[in-house]
Design a protein around this ligand. Structure first.
Ligand code: AMP
Ligand code: MG
Length: 329
């Protein structure tokens, strides 16, 4: 991590909003208020910016992130809304409700932001500063809470500053937030499911739906807080091919996912080879991780041999996801 960035803290006004949008467009990291908590924003379509975001938060795992958009129409460009989702969006957006929906065919959000899943979490926040930044930027913005991993969520610019000064580009100070807890997350699939309780009470959602929300079939994963549910709600991306970690050779019928040099016994017979980062850069490797796993899987290899990836920096999160991919669904 390049700690020692000069983090600007500016009061929310028109000029700051314009600067925030420019910063996002250049791949920068901008903390801004939403009505739930302060979010750390990055361009959802820019994998390098998202890798920087995980690095700045010090997250040991690539949790899927929520894509924030300015209005429902923008949400419909990245996610497929069924009638239930449309009903919830009409009732509660803008507001502290996140919907998890299938991605659209041409969804521009980076694989790294959705952790390789076919579903995407979408929200239209209500805070006027968040809305102004989204409008000025014009695209989806991922914005997990603007704190170091493991710390409490920030409800003021000062909280953000104490965790992230020197690690991000800009903090937009819009005063204290009003809701103070994360958004409620509802998965809209066969039956709407409450994936995470939050700022919008369950009862209000059930009143609009006219029926109770299902609970996830199992409790959330202890490590990640992500729902563990079969089928559409698989908590992590796993390829069809077997994944063999810390490989020292490539066996017959295997593809190779390399890191650093491609050199390895058996590599000439590999069914396919892709390199997460030939120069051994962990941020670059993060941006390629899910896309390359998918690409190798689609080439029909029996198994994917994965070279060891160092465990420092984003390596910890990369190894976490590789381990889950190796466990299967
Ligand atoms: P936050 O930390 O507030 O940004 O919320 C991110 C959380 O949203 C993740 O930890 C997941 O619990 C949830 N989430 C995001 N995307 C998905 C998805 N595609 N499927 C299920 N849950 C998701
Ligand atoms: Mg958080």
């Amino acid at each position: 991590m390049k700690v020692g960035l000069k983090t600007q803290i500016w009061p929310a006004n028109e000029a700051t909003v314009a600067a925030a949008a420019r910063c996002l467009a250049e791949g920068g990291l901008v903390a801004f208020p939403t009505e739930t908590v302060y979010g750390l924003g990055a361009d959802a379509t820019n994998p390098a910016a998202i890798a920087r975001l995980y690095e700045a938060k010090g997250r040991p795992s690539f949790n899927p992130l929520i894509a924030h958009v300015g209005d429902t129409a923008a949400g419909e460009r990245i996610a497929r809304f069924d009638p239930t989702a449309t009903k919830l969006a009409e009732a509660f957006w803008p507001g502290p409700l996140t919907l998890v929906l299938p991605k659209t065919e041409d969804c521009a959000v980076a694989d790294l932001a959705t952790a390789g899943l076919d579903t995407i979490a979408v929200r239209v926040p209500a805070h006027p500063v968040a809305r102004a930044i989204l409008r000025a930027f014009g695209g989806p913005v991922v914005a997990p809470s603007a704190n170091l991993s493991g710390h409490v969520s920030p409800t003021s610019a000062a909280h953000v500053q104490s965790d992230l000064a020197g690690r991000i580009d800009l903090i937009v100070d819009g005063g204290a937030v009003t809701v103070g807890v994360e958004s409620t997350i509802v998965g809209c699939f066969d039956a709407p499911i409450l994936l995470r309780p939050g700022g919008l009470p369950r009862g209000e959602i059930e009143r609009v739906l006219g029926r109770p929300l299902a609970r996830p079939p199992q409790d959330p994963d202890q490590d990640t807080g992500q729902p563990l549910a079969p089928g559409m709600l698989a908590s992590h991306y796993a390829p069809r091919a077997q994944v063999r970690l810390n490989a020292e050779t490539v066996e017959a019928g295997e593809a190779l996912l390399a890191f650093g040099s491609n050199a390895m016994p058996g590599v000439d017979a590999a069914t396919a080879v892709m390199n997460l980062s030939a120069r051994g850069d962990l941020n670059e490797a993060a941006t390629h991780l899910f896309g390359y796993l998918r690409a190798l899987d689609s080439k029909g290899a029996r198994a994917i041999a994965v070279m060891p990836v160092p465990h420092h920096g984003l390596g910890e999160a990369i190894n976490d996801r590789l381990r889950r991919a190796a466990m299967g669904r």
